[in-house]
Ligand binder design. Structure first.
Ligand code: GDP
Ligand code: MN
Length: 337
């Protein structure tokens, strides 16, 4: 009797149907990854498929500064029925510009190595930060898309995601979505805020009314409090990065050489851009997306959301209110002020 019941359930149309209820948004996942990170990439895709995408079918774009190996393409493509594309990044989007004073840049790198700044000696890491700040959304494989969800190798997704985050963004006039907010390492950005202030002075026309300056500064822009959205997870609108305000902002910051003379990260650059050029209500915190990158994770706090998501994370261990590096308490204060 039990078996019969089970079989009936299992073969019912509803149960095996994989079509999403609604139309898809014009959106894709994007992962920047090396061939050597294949196992980590597989792990991230598998989690995302299991928790969300097998029911929705959004496509994937994989980008690499070197051509992807046949092995990489084969073992990624087998994981999903979705469209999967693999792109190589043009050299101009991934190299230290000629006009950078290499002597000055290498001195800065040595200094950071001597003081144990993470990735302080790496030019590749700087190329990556600059690419993610100002170039990924210009890659030809991303041109057809408006929305993207950034993923990295070895990240975790803890909860079933019932509501399409892209459609949520679209229908609620959101532009930038995050799950974790943290403080930047001071040694990587000494001249970033002075440069941002110069840009603001020169381009007051780009600053949004009712912006999120209060998230990144506690004194109306005099100093940067180092809060930023952790950009290893992002669900956002590429047309915002492609637009006049952020484009001018990136070009100006790039022209100062700070990506190479210091070690500016794309998380701070994206966050400052979003905070200045968007209305605060266009920035969205995804409570329901349980997510881990390296040691830190966000787990939904409200019990109803955690239960509905069948989350595998501990709410008590969630980074949000349990770590001195979390900017979430400050975000909450700002957004409710
Ligand atoms: P972290 O998150 O700041 O610690 O930096 P990661 O090492 O995770 O790098 C951020 C993203 O860029 C990840 O998606 C990496 O896979 C990717 N990435 C970093 N360096 C390189 C590189 O040299 N080549 C490629 N193709 N991807 C890279
Ligand atoms: Mn990472």
């Amino acid at each position: 009797k039990f078996t019969a019941h089970f079989q009936e359930e299992y073969t019912s149309e509803d149960h095996i149907k994989e079509e999403p209820a609604n139309e898809l948004a014009n959106a894709t996942y994007v992962m920047l990854v090396r061939n050597s990170d294949l196992d980590g990439a597989i792990s991230s895709i598998r989690a995302l498929e299991d928790r969300f995408n097998s029911r929705f079918g959004y496509p994937y774009v994989f980008l690499n500064d070197e051509p992807f190996s046949e092995e990489f393409k084969r073992r990624i493509s087998v994981l999903t029925p979705s469209k999967v594309e693999f792109g190589t990044i043009p050299k101009e989007h991934w190299s230290q510009p000629d006009w950078i004073d290499e002597k000055k840049a290498s001195k800065a790198r040595q200094q950071m190595v001597a003081t144990n700044v993470k990735y302080g000696g790496s030019v590749a890491y700087r190329n990556m930060c600059r690419f993610n700040s100002g170039f990924f959304y210009r890659h030809e494989l991303l041109q057809p898309y408006k929305w993207y969800w950034r993923i990295e190798p070895n990240v975790k997704f803890f909860c079933d995601i019932h509501q399409d985050p892209f459609k949520y963004m679209e229908e609620n006039n959101k532009t930038y979505g995050f799950t974790i907010a943290v403080y930047e390492i001071p040694a990587t950005i000494p001249s970033l805020w002075p440069a941002v202030r110069e840009f603001i002075d020169d381009h007051p026309e780009y600053i949004a009314e009712d912006n999120a300056m209060g998230f990144i500064s506690q004194n109306n822009g005099l100093t940067y409090n180092r809060c930023h959205f952790w950009s290893n997870f992002e669900i956002a609108d590429m047309d915002f990065w492609r637009g006049p305000a952020y484009s001018a902002f990136f070009e100006f910051l790039d022209s100062t050489g700070g990506f190479y003379y210091e070690r500016w990260g794309d998380a701070a650059i994206h966050s400052i851009g979003a905070s200045l050029f968007l209305k605060r209500e266009q920035i969205h915190f995804f409570e329901e997306i349980g997510y881990q990158h390296d040691d830190w994770y966000h787990c939904p706090r409200p019990d109803a959301i955690w239960t509905k998501g069948r989350c595998s994370c501990s709410q008590r261990g969630s980074f949000d209110y349990n770590h001195e590096s979390s900017c979430k308490p400050h975000w909450d204060r700002f957004i409710t002020s």
